[in-house]
Design a protein around this ligand. Structure first.
Ligand SMILES: [Cu+2]
Length: 470
C-alpha cells in the first residue's frame, strides 16, 4: 500500500478539492494550549492525500521560546510511546514568534503532532490530535499530462527505432547499404519492439488503474445519517457507514463532554439553533425528543467521536409539520431561547476576516447591567462552545476555547503523554475565545454558547470572510 501511495504522492501535483474530516469542509486543526509554561497557538493542516505532508504553524504568545520541535506519532498504541527524532521547526525571520514545519503523515487514521518547546522557562510539550483522512485523489495538471505523454511517445518511438536499426545495420561495413534480408529483419525487430512497448503500456495502465481504484476506496467517506421523525415526536437518527476500507465502527463512540452525540439542528435561514444530545438506542442509532418546531425543513449536524479519537460529523435533514414538542432538558439548548437578559458581545465585530488565517475569536459576556458577567460557569466542561457554519452549509465546525479538537480526542492524547490543554481558571472570566480559521471565503454564521448562573446563553453573529490575498 505505502509504496504505491508514495509514488502517487510524488508524481502527482496537488489540486485543492473539497475536504471533509472531523468537521465539515474544515479539516485544519487549531489548538490553543500550554506546552509546559508556554502558551502556543498551533495550526496543523493535514495533507489532502495520504501519505502527504502536514503543514504545522505554531505561534508562541511570549518571546521566550528559543526552539520548537515537532514530530508526528500515532495517537494511541505502542507507536505513541516511542517517538522518532523530532524535527526542529523553522523560526520566521520576520516574526520570531512564528515557527513552521512540515511533517510526512504516512497512513490514514488518528495521529498526533507532538510539539515540544524549550526556552528561558524550561521545557514543555503538548500533543495535538490530528486525524489524517485522505480526502481526494490528486489530479495531474493538464500541462504535466501533455508533457509526460509526449515524452512517453518519444521514448517508445526511440526504443522501436533503435531496436529496428540494430537488427538492420549491426555488422554492416561503414558506408554499406543493408540488403533485402537485413531490411526485413529490421522491420520484424521493429514490429516485435512495438509489441513489447504496447504490452508494457497496456499492463502498466492496468496496474495504475488498479492502484487508483484501491486508493479511491481509501479516500475518506463521511458517515451518512438518516433522520426520521417518529409519530411520538422523537427524532431517530441512524448512522450508516458508506463503506470505507479503513476499520470504522458504529459501536465505538466515546462520550465527548459527557454525551455520545452532539446534535445541532438549524433552520434554513440559520435564524434558529438547537444543540441537543440524543441517546443511543442501538448500533449507530440515536433518538432525541424534539422540542417545539415550526413547520419546515431542518438540517442537522451530528458530532460523534470514535474510540480511536477520530471525530466525525454526519449531516441529514428532516421535514416536519408544526410540532408541539417536549421541553428541553439538561444540557440541551436552543436559540433564540428567550428570557436571557445578558448579552454576548463579539469584541472584533466588523474587523476584516481573511480565509485561511488563524484568528482568535473573542466574545465578552455582559450581565443585565452591561457589566462583564461574573457568574460564568462551565457548560459541558467547557467555558464556551462555538459553531462556525457557512451559509451554503459547505463548512461546519464545532470549536472550543482550546481549539477544534474534540475534548474526547484531547483526553486520549493526553493519556499518552504529559500535556496540558487550554488555560482553565477557577473563576471563569467574562471573555471566551475560540481559535479558528475560516477555510474559504463567504458568508458565515457564528453561534456562541456559554452558561451563566445555571442558564445556557446563545448568541448568533454574521461573519463575512474575504478571500486570502495572493
Ligand atoms: Cu461544544
Amino acid at each position: 500500500m505505502t509504496r504505491r501511495l508514495w509514488l502517487a504522492a510524488v508524481l502527482l501535483a496537488a489540486l485543492p478539492a473539497a475536504r471533509v474530516s472531523a468537521h465539515i469542509g474544515s479539516p485544519t486543526v487549531f489548538l490553543d494550549g500550554m506546552a509546559g509554561p508556554y502558551r502556543l497557538l498551533i495550526t496543523v493542516k493535514p495533507p489532502y492525500a495520504i501519505p502527504g505532508v502536514a503543514e504545522v504553524e505554531v505561534l508562541v504568545t511570549g518571546d521566550d521560546v528559543s526552539e520548537l520541535r515537532i514530530v508526528p506519532l500515532p495517537l494511541t498504541g505502542p507507536g505513541a510511546q516511542f517517538a522518532p527524532v523530532p524535527d526542529v521547526a523553522r523560526q520566521s525571520s520576520e516574526d520570531p514568534r512564528l515557527f513552521t514545519g512540515s511533517l510526512w503523515m504516512m497512513t490514514a487514521g488518528a495521529w498526533q503532532v507532538r510539539v515540544a518547546a524549550s526556552g528561558a522557562r524550561g521545557d514543555g510539550q503538548i500533543a495535538v490530535p490530528v486525524p489524517t483522512l485522505p480526502s481526494a485523489t490528486l489530479e495531474m495538471p493538464t500541462g504535466l499530462k501533455a508533457l509526460l505523454a509526449s515524452l512517453l511517445l518519444l521514448l517508445c518511438g526511440g526504443f522501436v527505432a533503435i531496436v529496428a536499426a540494430i537488427a538492420r545495420e549491426a555488422g554492416l561495413e561503414p558506408g554499406a547499404q543493408p540488403d533485402a534480408v537485413r531490411l526485413r529483419q529490421g522491420r520484424m525487430a521493429g514490429i516485435a519492439a512495438a509489441a513489447i512497448v504496447g504490452a508494457a503500456i497496456f499492463f502498466g495502465n492496468m496496474w495504475w488503474g488498479a492502484e487508483a481504484d484501491a486508493y479511491a476506496r481509501y479516500v475518506y467517506k463521511p458517515l451518512e445519517a438518516h433522520a426520521a421523525l417518529q409519530s411520538d415526536g422523537f427524532l431517530q437518527i441512524d448512522l450508516k457507514d458508506p463503506g470505507w476500507i479503513w476499520t470504522r465502527r458504529l459501536d465505538d463512540f466515546v462520550p465527548d463532554h459527557g454525551h455520545p452525540m452532539h446534535l445541532f439542528i438549524v433552520s434554513p435561514a440559520l435564524d434558529r439553533l438547537w444543540h441537543l444530545h440524543p441517546e443511543p438506542v442501538g448500533v449507530g442509532a440515536f433518538v432525541q425528543p424534539l422540542p417545539g418546531l415550526a413547520a419546515g425543513t431542518y438540517e442537522l449536524f451530528a458530532d460523534v467521536v470514535h474510540q480511536s479519537g477520530i471525530s466525525e460529523t454526519a449531516t441529514a435533514r428532516f421535514e416536519t409539520s408544526e410540532l408541539g414538542g417536549t421541553a428541553l432538558m439538561g444540557d440541551d439548548s436552543q436559540w433564540p431561547g428567550g428570557g436571557a437578559a445578558s448579552r454576548i458581545v463579539w469584541e472584533q465585530q466588523g474587523e476584516p476576516i481573511t480565509a485561511g488565517q488563524l484568528k482568535v475569536f473573542t466574545f465578552r459576556v455582559d450581565d443585565e447591567n452591561g457589566q462583564p458577567a461574573r457568574d460564568l460557569e462551565l457548560y459541558m466542561g467547557m467555558p464556551g462552545h462555538a459553531v462556525f457554519i457557512k451559509r451554503d452549509r459547505r463548512v461546519f465546525a464545532h470549536i472550543h476555547p482550546g481549539g477544534s479538537v474534540p475534548g474526547a480526542a484531547l483526553a486520549i492524547a493526553s493519556a499518552q503523554g504529559e500535556s496540558a490543554h487550554g488555560a482553565h481558571h477557577e473563576a471563569l472570566p467574562a471573555v471566551v475565545s475560540f481559535p479558528y480559521g475560516f477555510p474559504e471565503p463567504g458568508e458565515y454564521r457564528i453561534f456562541v454558547q456559554v452558561k451563566r448562573g445555571g442558564q445556557i446563553q446563545t448568541e448568533a453573529f454574521n461573519a463575512h470572510v474575504e478571500p486570502a490575498a495572493r
